[in-house]
Design a protein around this ligand. Structure first.
Ligand code: ADP
Ligand code: ZN
Ligand code: ZN
Length: 736
């Protein structure tokens, strides 16, 4: 090959930290315009789809290169800002560039399918249809549909809303050539926007700050639950649409409800594209393509929506910015909120982070002046904050973990026609099955964890690997029949409450009871506004609006008060505030009961008397003293293997090259170095049959941490010990 022939540098989705060189497909000359296009290439015996990351000239004495098979795109899919941001992400997470680029593409595009058609579809009557209309059997579905279409052509979303099973009728009309399906640009579907409430002073100030932002700005919208944060988003979005720009809205997994989408659709007067894990690959690829083409003006989605192309970006909103579902736990371990900020900066548009319980990271940034801090301090409209009472249950008799006082309060709320939510963050019947005679307890065979009792005490299930087996008839160790479920899960509470309140519906909501696409929303819709009891895990902490909820009971939070994880306090405080915030809306005052054996615990006292910000102040001081984030920067190297010793062997070998970067000597030198903790077995040393270990790396300065990782991580792939384990690096880990 002549030395000056341009070649393709291709990012491939393989776990190697490099690009791969190929000759352009036969008959095509590689050129810079190919950067960002997908290309199919041979890789060993396989074929892979990669993304062209660069075009270079072949080295004169380089090896003979293989030829790429074909370009899959005429114009780049990943271009400009998104491409650059993804390359930044690969560097920041120390991940292979090909995996970072692949992560951004919807699965269908990753597989090499063509960029899908993004037309919306509408139906209209043909001339023959208009003539034939009066002759169609009156009352029949085709007649009803033809009647609708006679008024105006309608898009399929509008038909979904207007008529059940219109598709059968449409097929029947189409067969007779009375109606036809036509493609229209998505932007042409323009419902008339409905007006919202007049913003109060705090909302107006927040909206004005977003409006006035000139280019990138990070804005923390810190507003109590029900304070009208969503109203602020809606007005800021409308403002941005009016300036002809696109908006991306990220919401937590559980927050993307049909209620939220219809609120957005009704208010914005443009189609709202949704993207989340409940959609199939084709639908997700279509939203992505519509955004790339600038047809989608508002995209609302969960974590991976942060990779939506935004050629005409104007604003990024991250709702419930503290939510744990923004962190990706495998592959490229990105944090969608943090990456949204990176993109906002690159796109030079404001990023609005909203929460009633901001993460300590974001609060710290706001206090340091890096984020504008917008406060909404009271509930919007007429709604009052709920009253919070701590119930001391020490020495009190408990029934399925519930005190008599709590059951009385629930009875009163139900008698008054209200709804009651009992929050317990432990699904199943009981967390442990114990032999009362010898102390044996049912453990998972593949995990270092007890199995949870389910199905009213008949089945054992592991919440870590999914293993199931029937409850044994007798103790496997001593043959005693005295096997007893220990502790309380949501099923057991449901059993008691269904018996006790047998005249109202009692509905349990947890991952066991709600599977499938919007099962949660369907359950709650069916539940409606009638008096009744909801029992649930953190799935109920947010999302679907419950306007008739007057009493929230929180039970069994005591384990969370004494956890070893340094973030446990923050997570518990957020959960408590979020759950409590569900009580009482508009005309219904709410009450919250916190049942505990530790009523004097500082976390509870501070939260109840000072609120979330008082808690956050104290917690930030402790983090600073202890040298934890946000005052330090962490990376966690994890390894797992079937072989018990392999993970520790790999991590010891991986630690070696990090040692020269470790803190030593004087305090100043120490502050400029790394701290290495471990390697140690993971908090759960065995999971799903894999032995697990980890090495925690921390540094006071982000620069120090990344400098060391840059120097060391690429070589880890080549360690002989690496071949015997599955390993990963998690920068800014959330769960340690
Ligand atoms: P958040 O997102 O902070 O939980 P929402 O925006 O959902 O709050 O508002 C809570 C409720 O208050 C909603 O029913 C909303 O329509 C209403 N609301 C919001 N802002 C106002 C306002 N300025 N005047 C009257 N009602 C409002
Ligand atoms: Zn026994
Ligand atoms: Zn298990």
């Amino acid at each position: 090959m002549p030395a000056d022939t341009p070649i393709l540098q291709v990012a491939l989705p393989v776990p190697l930290p490099r690009l791969f060189d190929y000759r352009a497909p036969a008959g095509v000359a590689a050129q810079p315009a190919h950067v960002g296009c997908r290309v199919r290439v041979p890789f060993g015996p396989r074929e892979l789809v990669g993304v062209v990351a660069g075009v270079a000239t072949a080295a004169a004495d380089g090896p003979e290169l293989r030829e790429a098979l074909a370009f899959l795109d005429d114009t780049p899919l990943l271009r400009g800002e998104l491409f650059e941001s993804l390359r930044w992400l690969a560097r920041y997470t120390h991940a292979p560039p090909g995996e970072a680029l692949a992560t951004a593409l919807p699965a269908a595009l990753r597989r090499g399918e063509p960029l899908p058609d993004t037309h919306a579809w509408a139906w209209r009557l043909t001339e023959a249809g208009a003539t034939a209309l009066p002759g169609l059997r009156s009352g029949s579905r085709p007649r009803r549909l033809a009647g609708l279409l006679h008024e105006a052509a309608r898009d399929e979303d509008a038909l979904d809303a207007a008529m059940d099973d219109w598709r059968t009728a449409a097929r029947s009309l189409a067969k007779r050539e009375l109606a036809e399906r036509i493609a229209i640009p998505a932007s042409q579907l323009a419902p008339t926007p409905q007006p919202g409430p007049q913003p109060n002073d705090e909302q107006a100030a927040a909206i004005e700050t977003v409006h006035a932002a000139d280019g990138f700005a990070a804005l923390l919208l810190d507003g109590v639950t029900g304070s009208g944060k969503t109203e602020v988003y809606l007005q800021a979005i409308a403002d941005c649409l009016a300036r002809g720009r696109q908006v991306l809205v990220l919401v937590p997994e559980i927050g993307l409800t049909p209620q939220l989408l219809s609120r957005f659709r009704a208010r914005l007067g443009v189609p709202v594209h949704a993207t989340h894990s409940g959609l199939n690959d084709g639908e997700r690829a279509r939203t992505w393509a519509a955004a790339l083409r600038g047809e989608a003006r508002v995209v609302v989605g969960t974590r991976s929506a942060v990779f939506t192309p935004l050629p005409e970006a104007g604003l990024i909103v991250v709702d419930e910015e503290h939510d744990a579902s923004y962190k990706q736990h495998d592959g490229i371990r990105y944090h969608a909120r943090d990456f949204a900020l990176v993109r906002g900066k690159a796109l030079d548009v404001p990023v609005l982070l909203g929460s009633a319980t901001p993460s300590l990271e974001s609060l710290h940034n706001a206090r340091a002046g890096r984020y504008a801090h917008l406060r909404l301090s009271r509930r919007a409209g007429e709604a009052k904050p709920p009253r919070v009472r701590v119930l001391d249950v020490r020495k009190r008799p408990l029934d399925a973990g519930l005190s008599a006082e709590l059951l009385d309060a629930a009875g009163k709320a139900l008698d008054a026609g209200g709804q009651v939510l009992v929050f317990k963050n432990r699904r199943g019947y009981a967390p442990v099955l114990l032999c009362h005679d010898c102390g044996w307890s049912a453990q998972c065979q593949r995990c270092d964890a007890p199995m949870t009792v389910h199905a009213g005490g008949r089945r054992l299930q592991c919440h870590h690997c999914g293993a199931r087996r029937p409850v044994p008839l007798a103790c496997p160790d001593c043959a005693s029949l005295a096997l007893q479920p220990q502790g309380i899960g949501t099923e057991r509470i449901e059993e008691l409450l269904a018996r006790r309140f047998d005249t109202v519906p009692v509905l349990r909501i947890d991952r066991g009871s709600t599977r499938g696409k919007d099962a949660l929303g369907k359950h709650l819709d069916a539940f409606g506004a009638q008096a009744g009891v909801l029992i649930g895990t953190q799935m109920l902490a947010k999302g679907h609006d419950l306007p008739n909820l007057t009493l929230v009971c929180v039970v069994g939070i005591d384990e969370g008060l004494f956890s070893a994880d340094f973030r446990a306090g923050e997570k518990l405080a957020q959960l408590l505030i979020q759950v409590a915030g569900r009580a009482g809306r508009a005309d219904k005052p709410g009450e919250v009961l916190l049942q505990t054996h530790h009523p004097e615990h500082p976390l509870l006292q501070t939260l109840v008397h000072g609120g979330y910000h008082a808690f956050a102040d104290g917690e930030l001081m402790q983090r600073e003293a202890a040298g934890f984030p946000p005052f330090a920067h962490l990376a966690l190297l994890r390894a797992e293997a079937k072989h018990v010793d392999a993970p520790m062997q790999f991590l010891r070998a991986a630690k070696e090259p990090l040692l020269p970067f470790a803190a030593t000597g004087s305090q100043e030198e120490a502050a400029a170095g790394l701290e290495l903790h471990g390697p140690l077995p993971a908090p759960m040393p065995r999971r799903a049959g894999m032995h697990r270990a980890q090495l925690l790396v921390s540094a006071a300065q982000r620069r120090t941490l990344h400098g060391a990782l840059d120097a060391v991580v690429p070589a880890l792939h080549a360690l002989p010990e690496a071949r015997k384990v599955r390993w990963s690096l998690d920068v800014d880990p959330v769960d340690l």
